[in-house]
Design a binder for this molecule. Sequence first.
Ligand SMILES: Nc1ncnc2c1ncn2[C@@H]1O[C@H](COP(=O)(O)OP(=O)(O)OP(=O)(O)O)[C@@H](O)[C@H]1O
Length: 398
Amino acid sequence: MQKFKINTSFSYLVAVSGGPDSMFMLNELVKMSVKDLVVCHVNYNFRNDSDNDQKIVEEFCAKNNLKLEKLVIEQDYSLLKENFESWARKTRYDFFVEVSKKHNIKNVLIAHNRNDLVETFLLQQERKSFVKHYGLNKTSIYKDLIIVRPMLNILKSEILVALKEEKVPYAVDSTNEDIKYKRNKIRAELSENLFPEIVEQIKLLNNELEKKSLKVDWYVNNNMSADELKINKNLQDSNLEFIQRTIYKWLELIKKDFVIQNRRNKTIFEIAKNIKVSEKVFWEIKIGNYSIIKDYDNLFLIETKVIEPKTFVIKSKEDLYLAEEFINWLDLVNAIKRNKENYPYVITNDFLKYKLDTYTLGKKTNRYLIDKKIRYKNRMLKAVVYSKRTKKILNTIK
Ligand SMILES: Nc1ncnc2c1ncn2[C@@H]1O[C@H](COP(=O)(O)OP(=O)(O)OP(=O)(O)O)[C@@H](O)[C@H]1O
């Protein structure tokens, strides 16, 4: 009897580590006589016994006449800057992409089982992280690859029984015995008897998530223009989770979600709280090299260095180049010309400062900026020029 469903007339790459799950999967695929299989194995040389894993895969493939693509990594892991697991995953998937191109096969089968699904869900809950999907997806996309997980209904215990019955060789991952990893801790304390209830809960949560994400998509699609997000009363009246998801979606759409990758929860929470409770027309939250800025009813993201306050004293024509980086530089130069070049002038975008001690069109500049509702983006990106003596601003920013 077929243990899991798969279209046997397709071609597949099969990700086989040599561990029980992937050896079980491979053995089943062979029994099903799938049209075309290419086994992919990565030997990280991370554990002492990893050559043994490779040997198990090689022997199984030779015995069953299967194509095998191997990646054997020789690397000094003490030099690795990132977490081994995520580096290993990336390396593995990039290798699958390569093999996929070589054999012109788009689907790769991964041997995640029901226990992995439940464990992933419990980990997600423990981390209280924002997820797009609870547990594991049956299919997902990585670059040009379609990742298929056909065994999400199969229990680890069933796998172990089948391996024994059919005398399929497999490697025992020595890190599994190690309780120091969180996932292994969850694994050691979890009973499969609890699975039906947990899986039911995952389904319910995923249904809820889907509804939430439809609402979020709707809001973002209707309130985005030129990479900015409109903040309206609807959003402010929503709960913090909705606001956080909206911000995340917006950043994803403008392809800047990397800025919150590692500090995702805390920063998004802070931004969402500000949106909800702050009545200010302007605030700024820094994230790494970027700033998220509330500007009246808009939210925008910009590299902090672009909007840093800068002030130049212009004593003569020769100093004008100093202010070239402002987007309204020509305006500034023309304003000075109109003023018959009565140096010295000050050119600055430091609006928090100049608004208090200069004059625009006969009023205190602060009054002018408020009355005309001058956008903060423009206050920061454009500069004003004023006479050092009279403190009168010679240009207007809009
Ligand atoms: N060294 C490897 N070579 C080939 N395939 C592998 C290797 N390691 C893992 N896989 C594939 O990935 C599946 C999941 O492995 P594991 O649970 O160790 O990784 P994970 O990090 O939880 O998963 P994922 O790679 O999807 O993030 C394995 O059953 C197998 O199909």
